[in-house]
Design a protein around this ligand. Structure first.
Ligand SMILES: *[C@@H]1O[C@H](CO)[C@@H](O)[C@H](O)[C@H]1NC(C)=O
Ligand SMILES: *[C@@H]1O[C@H](CO)[C@@H](O)[C@H](O)[C@H]1NC(C)=O
Ligand SMILES: *[C@@H]1O[C@H](CO)[C@@H](O)[C@H](O)[C@H]1NC(C)=O
Ligand SMILES: *[C@@H]1O[C@H](CO)[C@@H](O)[C@H](O)[C@H]1NC(C)=O
Ligand SMILES: *[C@@H]1O[C@H](CO)[C@@H](O)[C@H](O)[C@H]1NC(C)=O
Length: 194
C-alpha cells in the first residue's frame, strides 16, 4: 500500500514536473561546436528520441530522415539560426531549407539540406526540459521559413521512414493516412556514432 502510493506519487511527479529553465547564459543563434539533433515527441514512440539523419540524395543535396534511415551525423552547426553542414567539414556548405514536394493534403513542405539558395529554415535557440529525464536541455525553436514567420516542424511517414516537414502557420488540414507529428529538436553534443 505504502509502496504503491509512493510509486504513484513518483510517477505523478515525473509526469507533471517541469525543470526550471535557466535565464542565463543567453543562447546564441550560432552554435559552432558540432552537434546532433534529437527528435522528441513522447506521444509517438516510432520517432521519440531518434535522431535527425542525412541521406545523400544526389546533386549535392542531403535529405533529412528520422534515424535509422540514412547516415548519422554529429557535424551539424547553427549559423545565423540555420542548420548547416559547414565548410569545417563540407565543401560547399549545405544548409537546411524548406522547399519542394509541397503537399496540399496537410499543407506541409519538405525540409532538406542543399548548397543552393532555397528559402532557409531559421531557428531560435532556447532552453527546454527533456520530456523523459526532466533535465534542462538546449533545443531549437522554429522561427521562420526565410521571412515567413511561424509554422512548426514535424515528421511524416515517407516510404517506411519519416521525413521532416514544415507546416505553415494557421494550417487547418491534416492527412489521416500520413499523420504529421510536431517535434522538438534537442541539441546533443559529443554523441558517439555507431
Ligand atoms: C553568427 O555567425 C555569422 C557567420 O560567422 C556572423 O556573421 C554573425 O555575426 C554571428 N552572429 C552572432 C550573434 O555572433
Ligand atoms: C552514407 O555515407 C556514405 C559515405 O559517405 C555514402 O557512401 C552513402 O551513400 C551514404 N548513404 C546515404 C543513405 O546517404
Ligand atoms: C497553409 O499554410 C499557409 C501559411 O504558410 C496558410 O496561409 C494557409 O492558410 C494554410 N492552408 C491550409 C489549408 O491550412
Ligand atoms: C506531439 O504529438 C502530439 C500528437 O500529435 C501533439 O499533440 C503535440 O503537440 C506534439 N508535441 C510537440 C512538441 O509538437
Ligand atoms: C565535447 O567533447 C570535447 C572534447 O572532449 C570537449 O572539449 C567539449 O567541451 C565537449 N562538449 C560539450 C558540450 O560537452
Amino acid at each position: 500500500m505504502q509502496q504503491s502510493l509512493a510509486l504513484w506519487l513518483a510517477s505523478t511527479i515525473a509526469a507533471t514536473s517541469a525543470c526550471t529553465l535557466p535565464t542565463a547564459p543567453a543562447l546564441s543563434n550560432n552554435i559552432t561546436e558540432g552537434f546532433s539533433l534529437q527528435v522528441q515527441n513522447a506521444s509517438n514512440p516510432d520517432i521519440h528520441n531518434h535522431f535527425l539523419n542525412i541521406w545523400d540524395w544526389g546533386g549535392g543535396d542531403q535529405h533529412l530522415f528520422v534515424s535509422p534511415a540514412g547516415n548519422s551525423t554529429n557535424e551539424l552547426q547553427l549559423i545565423d539560426g540555420v542548420i548547416t553542414l559547414s565548410s569545417a567539414f563540407w565543401d560547399p556548405p549545405r544548409r537546411a531549407v524548406i522547399n519542394g514536394e509541397y503537399e496540399p493534403l496537410d499543407n506541409t513542405t519538405k525540409m532538406f539540406m542543399t548548397e543552393r539558395g532555397d528559402p532557409r529554415a531559421i531557428w531560435d535557440v532556447v532552453y527546454g526540459c527533456n520530456p523523459d529525464t526532466d533535465e534542462v536541455q538546449v533545443q531549437l525553436a522554429f522561427k521562420s521559413r526565410d521571412t515567413e514567420l511561424g509554422g512548426r516542424m514535424g515528421v511524416r511517414p515517407f516510404n517506411g521512414n519519416y521525413d521532416f516537414r514544415w507546416k505553415g502557420p494557421g494550417t487547418s488540414v491534416n492527412d489521416p493516412n500520413r499523420p504529421w507529428t510536431g517535434v522538438t529538436l534537442a541539441v546533443v553534443y559529443n554523441r558517439t556514432l555507431s
